[in-house]
Design a protein around this ligand. Structure first.
Ligand code: C2E
Ligand code: CA
Ligand code: CA
Ligand code: CA
Length: 279
């Protein structure tokens, strides 16, 4: 019954979002949202499968709309990308994530790494590098503490630009993750072409595990390939203990998903991590 209620809420909320934002009002609202600091980051913890250790977090943006409440990113990121406002929102997200990371470290909470999603539009030369550089500076973080998540499609849009930007990020120590790995249409040759650190296997590959033998074969092959390329492999959308045991068994490095924790407000994260580790 609880789950039903949740779905019903999500359904109404999507309808309300559509109503509130009809006639192109959303773009103006996004500008207001930036000006009035209505965005917030939630954090989903990631765990090292082998030792059941806390690894780090992925920062996921939400919009605290005065009438609608929490608006999920799927409802506004596409328009923000189209209109270019994503560049402002995305810059805020990088700075805010670094600021929060500094706070956790100062509190003695050992978050190894914070992952921030990058939109393809943010992935432009000088500007992104300046933003990342100053966000690290302001928060006094080593580059190794920050991971940027980018989709394979965004990399392949302009491979030369991508190579140059990734090389400079690498120089700062910043880690690069391929988000939604396997869901795009790229060839695998880019894995050799770019300086990458992490592959995040898309949830659509993890959900059918372990019953779906064909999907299991694909995931095992991805993990084996990534291991040989010395990449960290993160499984997204791990929802039960059968999946987590299976992923540990096949040598997947890190797992993230509702089985461990949903994305949480920053102040709720430490308690949730302790609960998972006590499980
Ligand atoms: P993503 O980067 O693939 O993020 C994973 C999404 O899966 C998140 O949805 C997360 O809440 C959800 N998730 C995590 N574990 C599970 C699970 O076990 N089961 C299921 N069913 N879902 C799970 P969310 O937070 O709604 O974000 C959706 C997308 O919005 C993200 O997909 C990402 O592409 C985008 N996004 C989020 N924050 C930002 C941001 O700061 N900048 C940009 N450019 N995009 C963002
Ligand atoms: Ca992501
Ligand atoms: Ca993803
Ligand atoms: Ca996704």
């Amino acid at each position: 019954a609880k789950d039903m209620g949740k779905n019903t809420f999500a359904f109404h909320s999507q309808e309300m979002i559509a109503q509130v934002f009809e006639r192109g009002r959303m773009e103006g609202c996004l500008h207001t949202a930036v000006a009035q600091s209505q965005f917030v980051l939630h954090y989903q913890p990631q765990f090292v499968l082998a030792g059941e250790e806390f690894h780090g977090v992925e920062a996921l943006i939400r919009w605290q709309h005065p009438e609608l409440g929490m608006v999920p990113p799927g409802s506004f990121i596409p328009l923000a990308e189209e209109t270019g406002i994503i560049e402002i929102i995305g810059e805020w997200a990088i700075r805010e994530a670094c600021r929060q990371m500094r706070t956790w470290l100062d509190e003695g909470i050992d978050v190894r790494c914070i992952a921030v999603n990058l939109s393809p539009r943010q992935f432009r030369r000088g500007h992104l590098l300046d933003i990342v550089c100053s966000a690290l500076d302001e928060s006094g973080l080593e580059g190794e503490r920050l991971e940027l998540e980018i989709t394979e499609n965004a990399l392949m849009e302009n491979p030369e630009n991508a190579s140059a930007v990734l090389a400079e990020l690498r120089e700062m120590g910043v880690r690069i993750a391929i988000d939604d790995f396997g869901s795009g249409y790229s060839s695998l040759s880019y894995l050799k072409q770019f300086p990458l650190d992490t592959l995040k296997i898309d949830r659509s590959f993890i959900s059918p595990l372990p019953e779906d033998g064909d999907m299991a074969a694909i995931v095992e092959a991805i993990v084996e390939m990534a291991t040989k390329l010395r990449l960290t492999v993160v499984a997204e959308g791990v929802e039960n203990s059968t999946q987590s045991s299976y992923l540990r068994h096949i040598g997947c490095t890190v797992a993230q998903g509702y089985h461990y924790s949903k994305p949480l407000a920053a102040d709720l994260l430490p308690k949730s991590v302790r609960q998972v580790l006590d499980m």
